[in-house]
Design a protein around this ligand. Structure first.
Ligand code: ATP
Ligand code: MG
Length: 267
C-alpha cells in the first residue's frame, strides 16, 4: 500500500506546482446511450489529487453511469479518460484497478464466513511452497499485514479472527475499504456508501474517508445526503439529465445553492 503520497519527499517547487495542477483523473466529453436514452450527453469532470469530490443529482441524472464508466463496469460510446494527464483505456474493472481506481460497491464484495485477513487478502492470498511444491497459505503473515494496514488507517476492529458476518455495517465497510487499499489505490469511488448505515456507523465511515483523504487518497462519492456532502467533500459536482451543471468548491457554496443546481440545472 502506498499511503505516503501527501508526504512524499519534496520536489523542486515548479515541478510540484505542475504535478498538483494536473488532475488525478480527467474525464472528457463522456457520452453513453442506453437504447434511445442518453444517460450521459458529453460530461467532462476532473478529480483532483487529495480531494473528496461529491457527485450529486436527481434520480436518473447519470451519476451511477458515470462512475461505472470510470470504474470499468461500463464502456462509454465516446469520450476519453486520462489519469495523471495520460490517456487510459478503461475497458474492465481490472484496467481501472491497474490505473489505481478502486470501487466500493454497495454489496461490499466481502465473503461473510471469512474473517478480516481472509477478506482483506481475498484473491491475493500470500502463500509459499513447501519443498518447492505444495502451496501453503501464510496466515500469520496475512494477519500481521492486516493489523499493520488497519493500524495505519486508524481502523479499530475488536476481533480480526471472527467471520465478518458477525460485524456491524460500518465495520464491514471498513474491512471493504481496507481491502481496496492493499494495492496501489489512488482514487476510491463509492456509490451511496452511507445509504444502508445508521447515523453513528455512517459518521465513522465519513471520518475514515476524511482520514484517508488526508493521507493522499482521492474520493469520488455519489450521495443523496446533502448534509454528508457538505460535511465531507472539498467540491461538489452536479449532474442533471446527463449533463454537468457545474462543479463548485464546497466551502464557497450552500446546501440551498446545491439544491437549486440539482433542481433548476444552473449555477
Ligand atoms: N443498464 C441500463 N439500461 C438502460 N438504461 C439505463 C441503464 N443504466 C442506466 N440507465 C438509464 O440511464 C439514466 C441514468 O441512470 P443512472 O443510473 O446513471 O442515474 P443515477 O443518477 O445514478 O440515478 P439514481 O440517483 O436513481 O441512482 C436513467 O435514465 C436510467 O434509466
Ligand atoms: Mg445511481
Amino acid at each position: 500500500m502506498t499511503l505516503a503520497l501527501a508526504t512524499e519527499p519534496t520536489q523542486a517547487p515548479a515541478t510540484q506546482a505542475t504535478a498538483i495542477q494536473t488532475p488525478l483523473l480527467q474525464a472528457s466529453d463522456i457520452v453513453k446511450t442506453f437504447g434511445g436514452n442518453k444517460a450521459l450527453a458529453g460530461v467532462s469532470l476532473d478529480v483532483r489529487h487529495n480531494e473528496v469530490l461529491a457527485l450529486v443529482g436527481d434520480n436518473g441524472a447519470g451519476k451511477s453511469t458515470l462512475v461505472k464508466i470510470l470504474s470499468g463496469a461500463e464502456t462509454p460510446d465516446s469520450g476519453a479518460i486520462a489519469i495523471e494527464g495520460r490517456t487510459h483505456h478503461i475497458a474492465s474493472p481490472q484496467d481501472a484497478l491497474a490505473a489505481g481506481i478502486a470501487t466500493l460497491h454497495q454489496h461490499l464484495g466481502l465473503v461473510d464466513c471469512f474473517n478480516v485477513p481472509q477478506n482483506v487478502f481475498l484473491g491475493r492470498e500470500l502463500s509459499t511452497r513447501v519443498l518447492g511444491l505444495f502451496p501453503r497459505l501464510l496466515h500469520a503473515r496475512m494477519l500481521q499485514e492486516t493489523r499493520r494496514l488497519l493500524a495505519e488507517l486508524d481502523i479499530r476492529l475488536p476481533h480480526l479472527d471472527r467471520p465478518v458476518s458477525t460485524m456491524s455495517g460500518g465495520q464491514r465497510q471498513a474491512v471493504a475499504i481496507s481491502r481496496l487499499l492493499l494495492g496501489d489505490t489512488r482514487l476510491i469511488i463509492m456509490d451511496e456508501p452511507m445509504a444502508a448505515l445508521g447515523v453513528n456507523e455512517g459518521q465513522k465511515v465519513l471520518d475514515l474517508i476524511q482520514r484517508l483523504a488526508a493521507k493522499g487518497i482521492s474520493f469520488l462519492i455519489i450521495s443523496h445526503n446533502l448534509e454528508h456532502v457538505m460535511s465531507i467533500s472539498s467540491r461538489v459536482a452536479v449532474l442533471k439529465n446527463g449533463r454537468l451543471v457545474g462543479a463548485v468548491d464546497t466551502n464557497k457554496t450552500s446546501r440551498q445553492d446545491i439544491t437549486s443546481m440539482i433542481v433548476h440545472g444552473r449555477t
